[in-house]
Each structure stands twice: as structure tokens, then as C-alpha cells.
Write a protein that binds this ligand. Structure first.
Ligand code: MN
Length: 499
């Protein structure tokens, strides 16, 4: 994955000419100091770039156009050190097409009780300057994040960090290409959706490619490259001897390696960042891609099974957002339940395709029959996932809008070793508990496929939904079913009216 330091957040300070040269120079010095300090914060993964203080409508419009045109700028932090009459911001905000974080801070943390005079008062006006600016953003019905507190506070940096991660995810979606190998799993509803609307609202394009074209790429892989990859597998994973020795299993592993190399070259050549497969359309392929999908996901590709392009795009965005953080991100499915009243939990997995980035220790590379798809036995990585905090996120096309649904969870160890389960798996307890979580999830129309992450959390996903203008529903420890159902009904009304 790319380092997010090649992405920029521009630090934009608003003021006006009323205060005179000296004050404006001080405003610029203070802003530069804050921008530099934020740029050096370990909590903020992107570059924070100071921009000259804005004093006129023309300067504001010109800066906003520059933001739109900049390839590296993924969003702006705005702050009114002094008063900045907000009608000056209208033309700029009208054209701005990147996310805004409104940092409501003040250069001085404390009021200097003994020395405060009118010069100090005139310089440190964000308490009312930011309210004037906030009004116009609200009046223009523009989404943004508002972050309140002194800029030295760690919590403020964490919030800016989460928001800038979300901005990188959103930036990634703009122009991103998703490849679909085959169509949807037949008759499945939630993985369908309006791809044109997705491109209009969310920025990424989804196009189908013949499985035969991928098979061509797979067939072009050289024997030498296959052998090289096999050596790599042997170094990276636990592999049982019967897979390594010549015979059926080794041939199956070689086929898996060939599939990985073919898919990778197809995706690289086409500039795709996410893809889908479906076990119902594998024409010309010997196996359902399992190991290949797992390893491609580990390298940062988004993935959705059964043609699920929305989850695939989501997984990619979540992977970009989590760059550099501890904990992985994977395609996931609520597979089966443990309904013991003493401790209800979910076992998450998929037929094969769980990303090793969330795994614990060295994965085991195994080959087993697959009872679905009618193909040869596929290779897959089998592993457990360490305990910790996780989140499941789902995106659905509700017909008139896209809905993002998030549910944090606690990842726990399985109760026993699962010796007969030949697939990677995660066991979790959702917030607030399985019963309320599943009831709310089902009311929300949440998909059975999710993006699952142990690196990012609610704040990033909520900021992301805000940037996308997407409905955001959260199931957590505060969720009450009665209120949640009302929220869904009210949202229905809001989104109908907004159209
Ligand atoms: Mn599935």
C-alpha cells in the first residue's frame, strides 16, 4: 500500500483586511506554526500544507479552485483565526468539491487573565469567527466535520487523523476502476445495485470483463514464474508435505499460483484497484480463486465475492484509509452463529476469501474440496484472527440512496481449535450484543457481506459517509431498537425530501 504522506491536507485560515498588516502577519505566523505542528503529528498520516491566509472573496474562490485541481490535495482544514465575514466564502464553497474539516480552535489555549487587552481580543476571535463561518457552511447545507479543542490536544490530532484517512479513502474512490469477472450470483439481491448511480454519487466505475479474458491472462503465465511463486509460498506459509511433493495436490497448488499471477497481471494492466468474482461463472478456470484472492487483498486490492462490487469498492477504500495502522482489513461474511445465551457470538468467514492482513501468525496453506461451484479443489490460506477491536461495515443500494451501516465488535478467540474447518475465520461479539446487533442490522437491510477492519473504526467510517453524502447508520452500545427503527423511517423521509 502507498504511504499516505504523498497526500495533502491544506490548512486554510480565514481572516479579512480590517485588522491591518501587523495582525495579519501574526495570523499567518500562528497558522503556519499550527500547520507545521499538525504535519509533524504521528496521528496524522498525510502531509498538512500551510496556505496563505485568505482575506477576500477572490482569494477564497481562487484557493478553492486550486484545491479542486490539485491531484495530491484530498481535503482542507479551515479555521478562522479572526473574524472572516462569511459571505466572502460563498463563491468558494459553491465550487469546492473536496472534503472540509472545520477546526474550531484558538492559537492560545488559555485566556491570559492578567494581561488580556483589546489587541489580544482582536487577534483571537475564532470563538465567534468560526461561528460566522459555520453558519454559511450550514446555510449551504454542506457536509463537513467540525473538530473542537486546542490544537495541541492529542484527541484533536486523532480526530484530524481519522478524518484525513477518510478523505484518502474518498479520494481513492474518485475515478477508481472496479473489475467484475462474471456477473452477480444469480437471484441474489443485496449484491446488486445501480452502477451508474454509484459512479455519479461515489466516483468509482464498475465494469464487467469476460472470464475468458482472465483465463487468457492465466494461460500466458510462464512455468518459471509459477515455480518462483511456489518457492515464495513455501517460505511464507505452513504447507503440509503432501502439497509439496509431486502429485495431484502440488498440481492444484501450481494452478493456484498460475491463477494468482494471471489475475494480478490482468488487474495491473487495467489499472484496477478492486474486483469481484463469482463461483457461478468460472468458465475455463480449473478452481475458484481462493489463495489468489486472499493474496491480492493482502496487497491492497478490494474484493467482493459473488459479484459484490459495492463491498469490493468499500474494502479497497477501507484498506486505503487504514494504511500504516496496525490491524488488517478484509472482505467478510457473517457465516454462522454461536447462540449460547451465556455468550452469543458470530463466526465470520467466507468460502475461501478472507484477507491474511487480519490473520495471526503464519497462515497454513491448504487444499480441500469445495462443495460449491463444481470445480477442482482450491488452495486457500487458513488462519485465526487475534483478539481486539473490530468493525463490520456494509453498503447497500436502497433504491433511492446508498446506505452505509457500521457495527463495532470485539474479536475473541474461538472456544476451541476448529480442527476440521478448512477456512480462515474470525469470531466476534458485536456491539451491543448479538441479539440487538442482528435485529438492528436486519431492520437496516444490512448485507451479509461486509468490509471488516481491525485497523480503523467508527470515526473514519462516519467521516467517510459524510464526505460521500451517504446515509450512515451505526449499531453500537447506545443502540436501542425502537429508536433505531425510528431513525430508519425518518431517514427515509429525509432522503425522499432531499431528492
Ligand atoms: Mn458470500
Amino acid at each position: 500500500m502507498n504511504n499516505l504522506k504523498n497526500k495533502e491536507i491544506w490548512f486554510v485560515t480565514g481572516s479579512q483586511h480590517l485588522y491591518g498588516e501587523e495582525t495579519l502577519k501574526q495570523v499567518a505566523r500562528d497558522s503556519q506554526e499550527i500547520a507545521t505542528d499538525l504535519n509533524n503529528s504521528a496521528h496524522i498520516p498525510v502531509k498538512v500544507v500551510f496556505k496563505p491566509v485568505l482575506k477576500t472573496p477572490e482569494e477564497i474562490l481562487s484557493l478553492c479552485m486550486e484545491v479542486n485541481n490539485s491531484i495530491s490535495c484530498v481535503g482542507i482544514i479551515t479555521w478562522m483565526h479572526t473574524f472572516s465575514p462569511a459571505k466572502m466564502w460563498i463563491n468558494g464553497l459553491k465550487v469546492l468539491n473536496k472534503p472540509i474539516a472545520h477546526l474550531h480552535t484558538q492559537y492560545n489555549r488559555d485566556i491570559p487573565w492578567d494581561t488580556i487587552d483589546m489587541d489580544f481580543m482582536n487577534l483571537n476571535q475564532s470563538a465567534h469567527g468560526d461561528r460566522e463561518y459555520g453558519f454559511i457552511v450550514s446555510r449551504m447545507r454542506q457536509n463537513r466535520k467540525v473538530i473542537v479543542g486546542h490544537w495541541k490536544e492529542e484527541d484533536i490530532r486523532k480526530k484530524i487523523g481519522s478524518w484525513s484517512r477518510a478523505a484518502c479513502g474518498w479520494n481513492e474512490w474518485q475515478g477508481m476502476k472496479v473489475a467484475r469477472f462474471g456477473d452477480n450470483m444469480r437471484e441474489v439481491a443485496v449484491t446488486e445495485g445501480d452502477k451508474v448511480e454509484a459512479q455519479l454519487r461515489l466516483g468509482y466505475s464498475v465494469n464487467g470483463y469476460g472470464v475468458g479474458d482472465m483465463v487468457n491472462a492465466i494461460n500466458q503465465v510462464s512455468e518459471a514464474d509459477v515455480d518462483k511463486l511456489l518457492t515464495q509460498y513455501e517460505a511464507e506459509y505452513h504447507i503440509s508435505p503432501e502439497i509439496i511433493k509431486p502429485g495431484d495436490k502440488r498440481d492444484a497448488l501450481k494452478e493456484s499460483a498460475r491463477i494468482e499471477l494471471g489475475m494480478r497481471s490482468f488487474l495491473e494492466k487495467g489499472g484496477f484497484k478492486a474486483f469481484t468474482t463469482t463461483f457461478e461463472d468460472l468458465h475455463g478456470m480449473k478452481q475458484l480463486p481462493g489463495l489468489a484472492v486472499q493474496r491480492l487483498m493482502e496487497d491492497g486490492y478490494g474484493f467482493g465475492a459473488e459479484g459484490d462490487w459495492k463491498t469490493s469498492a468499500l474494502v479497497r477504500a477501507m484498506k486505503v484509509m487504514s494504511t500504516g495502522l496496525i490491524g488488517g482489513t478484509s472482505f467478510m461474511e457473517d457465516y454462522t452463529y454461536h447462540l449460547d445465551p451465556k455468550g452469543m457470538k458470530v463466526l465470520g468467514a467466507h468460502m475461501l476469501e478472507v484477507c491474511p492482513s487480519i490473520g495471526q501468525g503464519k497462515a497454513s496453506l491448504e487444499i480441500h474440496p469445495l462443495g460449491i461451484g463444481g470445480k477442482e479443489d482450491p488452495a486457500r490460506l487458513v488462519f485465526n484472527v487475534p483478539e481486539g477491536k473490530g468493525i463490520n461495515v456494509s453498503i447497500m443500494d436502497m433504491g433511492d440512496r446508498f446506505r452505509l451501516l457500521a457495527n463495532p465488535c470485539k474479536v475473541v478467540n474461538p472456544d476451541a481449535a476448529l480442527p476440521k474447518l478448512p477456512v480462515a475465520r474470525v469470531v466476534w461479539i458485536p456491539e451491543p450484543d448479538l441479539k440487538v446487533s442482528a435485529e438492528a442490522w436486519i431492520h437496516a437491510g444490512g448485507a451479509h457481506h461486509t468490509g471488516f477492519s481491525m485497523a480503523i473504526g467508527v470515526e473514519e467510517m462516519e467521516d467517510f459517509a459524510e464526505m460521500a453524502g451517504m446515509e450512515f447508520l451505526l449499531i453500537d452500545n447506545d443502540t436501542k431498537i425502537r429508536e433505531f427503527k425510528k431513525e430508519i423511517r425518518w431517514n427515509d423521509l429525509y432522503y425522499q425530501l432531499r431528492r
